[in-house]
Every structure is written in C-alpha cells, then in structure tokens.
Write a protein of this length. Structure first.
Length: 229
C-alpha cells in the first residue's frame, strides 16, 4: 500500500461509502474507500508528489478524484493538457469526469477547440462526456457559436452517461442561447431519448421561464430512442 493509500484509509467513512456506492453503479465497490469530496480536495491541494500524476491506472476511486483535482490546479495550459490527455482514458465514472474542471482553460478557449472536437469522437465514454461538459461550461456564453450545438446534437452514442450529458448540455443551452437552441427541439433533430430528456431537464431548470417551459412540454417526442421515453 502506498503512502497516499494509507492516508486515505485512515480517513475512511464506511457510512459515506455506502452512500456513494449506488451513485457510482459502474464502479467496483471494492475500489471505493469512502471519503467526502472536501477532504479529497484538501489532500489534492497539499499532496505535492509529482510522480502520482504519472502512476496510472490508480487502484481506488478516491485516487482518481485526487488526480482530477490536481489537474484542476495546474496553471500552465500546455502542462495541464499533457496530464489531462494522459488521464482521460482512465476516467471510469461520471463524478471524476464532471469534477475535472481545469481553471486555466478559461484563458485558452480558442486553442482548446481542436481538442474538444477530438474528445467528442473518442471511443471512450467519459472522454466524450468530458468534451461535452467543457462545451457546456465554457462555450454557452460569450464564446458561443451555433455550430457547437451540432457538435453535440449530431452525436449518436449508446452510452448512458454520454446521452445524459447531451441532454444536460441542451437544457443549459436552452436557458442561455434559446434562439439558436429551441429550433433543435422544435425540429426534433436530436435522438428521441436525448430530445425528451433535454426537455425534462429544461422544465426542471430555474433559469427558464414558465411560458417557455409550457411550450417545451408540447414538443415532447413520442418516438423511442435507445432508452425509450
């Protein structure tokens, strides 16, 4: 057992592990130690062992979390991208994927676009999910271009966590860029399952007004996608 693993097990909360297991159904329960996210963020901030970022794959979910949080803190864009690209193939769950948010990306949006396009066509489920998440996080405000809707909307993938992120992206886009996004729903361009899930998430959002929600409800599709309706 490594020094870090020994530390992690000393902080184990078995009750929290039982809470996390159903939330990560595709993660081996034996790989979940049971440590709350704020504690892991603190460890990532204080743990300075550089070799850790090159020791892949990790054994435990919490090690992956720490790895993601370490990448988030890298200020040099090129160095961050090097570590990110090496880590993405080993990301095996939605939590690690979604909590990986390198802050230096904000200052490098134009040069990030080719990498996003590459991530979106990856065979790896969570690399695709990460790419959609980056588009949702950074490219639905001033950096928005209507073409990005097609990058996400034209994806046809069977993996549940990709399709859920597509829906989350379009629901967020309906709140932030309604004029360009709602026509995608009106014209039913999305996979039926993603279409209906996008409407569901939009209706649940506090950022969309009641009149628009009522209209979106009328646009639900009766067709079935890979996951039904």
């Amino acid at each position: 057992m490594t020094e870090l693993q020994t530390l992690l097990f000393s902080l184990q909360d078995l009750t929290y592990k039982q809470f996390m297991m159903p939330l990560l159904p595709n993660v081996d329960p034996d790989s979940i130690i049971g440590i709350r996210t704020p504690v892991l963020r603190t460890i990532a901030k204080e743990y300075k062992e550089e070799a850790f970022l090159k020791q892949l794959p990790h054994t435990f979910f919490e090690e992956n979390q720490i790895h993601a949080f370490r990448i988030n803190r890298i200020k040099d864009f090129d160095i961050m991208m090097e570590y990110l690209e090496a880590f993405l193939p080993f990301v095996d769950n939605w939590a690690t994927c979604d909590q990986m948010n390198p802050l230096c990306m904000k200052k490098h949006l134009p040069e990030l676009l080719p990498s996003i396009q590459k991530w979106l066509v990856s065979r790896h489920e969570y690399t695709v999910r990460f790419g959609i998440g980056v588009l949702m996080r950074y490219y639905l405000d001033e950096a928005f271009e209507p073409a990005y809707l097609a990058w996400v909307g034209q994806l046809r993938r069977d993996e549940y966590y990709i399709r859920m992120m597509q829906a989350w992206y379009f629901a967020t886009a309906m709140a932030k860029q309604p004029e360009d996004t709602i026509p995608w729903i009106e014209q039913k361009k999305l996979d039926p399952w993603v279409h209906n899930k996008s409407i569901q998430k939009a209706v649940e959002s506090r950022r969309i007004d009641a009149r628009t929600k009522d209209y979106l409800r009328t646009l639900r599709s009766k067709r079935k996608g890979n996951y039904g309706t």
